[in-house]
Design a protein around this ligand. Structure first.
Ligand SMILES: Cc1ncc(COP(=O)(O)O)c(C=O)c1O
Length: 460
């Protein structure tokens, strides 16, 4: 089994462990750095000019208006933080009050190039001026850039993976819905003489595959599923990593496909072992079941039959990668999407792939991930609330013995945006892949400063 991923580690650069003492004033915050530790006067000291503080209070007012207006007109599906973001550049985001935030969320692990990357902006704007959307009933040639468009994108995805063919869609959940249908159709198509071909699925503990009915049925968190039952029947959840249980069930001959995340993000940043993935591969091969790797950002293009990925760009795009053998089961009309594979998103995705597939870029992601993880272990590891620091590349989780949300709030107030995962007790850090070591150092410092807020929390 071959794999290409972002996570091949080399060395740690000591750049952020600087020993200078300095004071910086940034966007109305003072931050003091001493021996590489950032001390805080930041959030409490207002150093804005009278002008900027009046625009800050105007911003505050507008933020309150935005939040109120949203609450009146949108369905309440998101528990949003009280923060109204208005612009971004690189790994920085800015709110309406002019405050700056270091973004360790990357739109939940999808903005690989951060915000406003000039090449990405050019690709989007140039394409938008020529052709944005036509129906999938026609062929189209986006002309503005050489190497652009969905054919080129599909070629490149196939070239760097096991796959022969690609189905484009608009999101992660849609990629999984397509994979469910392709797996069922493939089982039927490849066993024309069997009265009841396999229709069931295996998924795993802590899994997250999306929120539409099929993908939801594969998602382990009960609170996501139960309000909407009955979801798609025929899904068995097994313990993530339990090779024997998976082999036994696959051998039953009822399984159309096994869905697995090589790295579980939402579930709490757990990585599958190579042995587990390989054993799934051979058990599926033997039984004629399909194996679906569901990946967001992990870019772990393995030798498998179907791969669902949410591509690493700031526009909605997902892709399902298949072998010729599986693709041959799919006929006209079996599946489709109005917007999928459009010129605009594919042109932008090609720009992202151009950059992130460069060997130097991949090596830098590995190096920064290792550097960040080691720094977090070193700086935060001594705190009694901090357990394991885990993850691969720039997908990092910090397990806590208490809920992470007070820390998330405190970090946000100190200018750092982070996520939770797992049962709410894991801090999830997924910065844009272009993040600098200096920014990673700053994130670690803010986390360290904010940790005491957890002393007030009750243990899980
Ligand atoms: C592994 C995995 N699959 C599917 C999804 C669903 O993606 P979307 O929100 O684009 O539907 C996610 C979202 O976080 C994910 O992490």
């Amino acid at each position: 089994m071959s794999s290409i991923h972002l996570l091949l580690n080399t060395s740690i650069s000591p750049a952020a462990y600087n020993t200078r003492r300095s004071m910086k004033v940034e966007n109305g915050r003072i931050s003091v750095t001493s021996n590489g530790r950032r001390l805080v006067a930041r959030a409490t000291v207002d150093v804005r000019s009278p002008e900027s503080s009046s625009s800050a209070s105007a911003g505050k007012l507008r933020s309150a208006e935005v939040m109120e207006a949203e609450a009146r007109v949108l369905v309440g599906t998101y528990a949003r933080a009280p923060l109204v973001l208005s612009s971004g550049k690189g790994c920085k985001l800015y709110d309406l009050e002019g405050r700056e935030y270091l973004d360790m969320t990357a739109g939940i692990a999808v903005n690989a190039l951060g915000h406003g990357d000039p090449d990405w902006v050019r690709a989007v704007t140039e394409q938008a001026s020529v052709l944005t959307h036509v129906s999938n009933l026609y062929y189209s040639i986006p002309q503005v850039r050489k190497n652009s468009g969905f054919v080129e994108l599909a070629k490149r995805l196939n070239a760097c993976s096991f796959a022969d063919r690609v189905f484009f869609c608009n999101s992660g959940t849609e990629a999984n819905e397509a994979a469910i249908k392709f797996a069922r159709k493939h089982q039927r198509f490849s066993r024309p003489d069997v009265k009841q071909p396999p229709t069931e699925f295996i998924s795993f503990s802590n899994s997250f595959h999306g929120r539409t009915m099929g993908a939801l049925a594969l998602t382990s968190k009960e609170q996501y599923r139960t309000p909407f039952e009955p979801v798609m029947p025929g899904v068995t959840f097994l313990e993530y990593g339990n090779i024997q249980a998976a082999q036994e069930l696959i051998q039953s001959g009822k399984i159309a496909a096994v869905f697995v995340e090589p790295i579980q993000g939402e579930g709490g940043i757990y990585s599958a072992t190579k042995e587990f993935l390989q054993s799934l591969h051979s058990a599926c091969d033997d039984a004629g079941s399909l194996l679906v790797f569901d990946e967001v950002r992990s870019y772990l293009l393995q030798q498998k039959f179907i791969l669902c990925i949410l591509l690493l760009e700031s526009l909605p795009i997902g892709a399902v990668l298949l072998t010729e053998r599986v693709a041959a089961s799919i006929s006209y009309g079996d599946h489709g999407s109005t917007f999928a594979g459009g010129a605009l998103v594919c042109n932008a995705a090609n720009t992202v792939l151009d950059k992130i597939s460069q060997p130097e870029f991949l090596a830098s992601v590995s190096r920064k991930g290792k550097y960040f993880k080691e720094m977090l272990m070193q700086k935060l590891g001594g705190n009694p609330h901090v357990g394991e620091v885990r993850g691969m590349g720039l997908i990092i989780g910090i397990e806590l013995d208490v809920p992470a949300s007070p820390l998330v709030d405190a970090c946000r107030n100190s200018g750092l945006l982070i996520l939770t995962a797992g049962k709410g007790n894991v801090v999830r850090l997924v910065p844009p892949l272009v993040v600098s070591e200096q920014e990673l150092g700053l994130a670690a410092e803010i986390l360290l400063e904010c940790l005491p807020v957890l002393d007030k929390s009750k243990s899980n």
